[in-house]
Design a protein around this ligand. Structure first.
Ligand SMILES: [Zn+2]
Length: 214
C-alpha cells in the first residue's frame, strides 16, 4: 500500500475532503499546507513569525518558508506512518524541494469539469457568525438563509461567485501544469475524474484506495 502521497486538484474538486477521508481510513496523517501555515502563525513559531511578516504586508509567503514548514512537519513522528499532502507542492520549485526531503510514492490529480466546479462552489453558503458551510442543493439549512447551528445569516462568499470560480479554475490550470507534467514524467501521477459531480465522496475514496494498492 502506498502511503506517501500528494493530492492535487483545482479548488472545488474535493481534494481536501478526499484527503481527510482517506487519511482516516489508512491511519496516516493529513497535512494541509494552509492549516500548517495558519497554525504556525497562531502559535508564533519562528517560521510562523517570518511568514506572518509577509502575510501582514499582503505578500505571498516565500517558497523557502513554506518548504521549511513542510520539512519540520514531515520530520514529526506521526508522518513516518504515511501522509497525504494537500495544498503542497503548488509550484515546480516546491515539488523539487519536496523531492529532496522525502520520496513521494503517488500523486493523485483530482479533476472535475469546470461547470461542475462552478455549480458545486456556486451553491455553497457560509454562516456569517460561525462559519459553518451549507449547500443549497446537497446540504440545505432547515430555514433558507439561516444557520441551523447558531441562527446566523448565510451568505455567498465572494470567491465562490461563478465568475470568480471560473477565473480561479483558469489560473489554477495554468499554474499547476508544470507541476503535473513534472510528476507525470516521473511516472508518479494518476488522474481521478469526477464526471458528474454528484458521486458520493465514498465512491471516490474507494477509487483512491484501489489506486494505492496497485
Ligand atoms: Zn452559524
Amino acid at each position: 500500500m502506498k502511503t506517501r502521497l500528494v493530492f492535487l486538484g483545482p479548488p472545488g474538486a474535493g481534494k481536501g475532503t478526499y484527503a481527510s477521508r482517506v487519511s482516516i481510513k489508512l491511519g496516516i496523517t493529513h497535512i494541509s499546507a494552509g492549516q500548517l501555515l495558519r497554525n504556525a502563525v497562531k502559535h508564533g513559531t519562528a517560521l510562523g513569525l517570518k511568514a506572518k511578516a509577509y502575510m501582514d504586508e499582503g505578500e505571498l509567503v516565500p517558497n523557502e518558508i513554506v518548504v521549511s514548514l513542510m520539512k519540520e512537519r514531515l520530520a514529526q513522528p506521526d508522518a513516518a506512518k504515511g501522509f497525504i499532502l494537500d495544498g503542497f507542492p503548488r509550484t515546480l520549485g516546491q515539488a523539487e524541494a519536496l523531492g529532496g526531503i522525502v520520496g513521494i510514492e503517488l500523486v493523485i490529480n483530482f479533476t472535475a469539469p469546470e461547470d461542475i466546479i462552478v455549480k458545486r462552489l456556486g451553491t455553497r453558503e457560509t454562516c456569517r457568525k460561525c462559519g459553518w458551510i451549507y449547500n443549497t442543493i446537497t446540504l440545505k439549512p432547515k430555514v433558507p438563509g439561516v444557520c441551523d447551528k447558531c441562527g446566523g445569516e448565510l451568505y455567498q462568499r465572494e470567491d465562490e461567485k461563478p465568475e470568480v470560480v471560473r477565473e480561479r479554475f483558469r489560473v489554477y490550470n495554468e499554474k499547476s501544469k508544470p507541476l503535473i507534467d513534472y510528476y507525470r514524467d516521473k511516472g508518479l501521477l494518476i488522474e481521478l475524474a469526477s464526471e458528474k459531480g454528484d458521486e458520493p465522496p465514498e465512491a471516490m475514496v474507494e477509487k483512491v484506495l484501489q489506486a494505492l494498492k496497485a
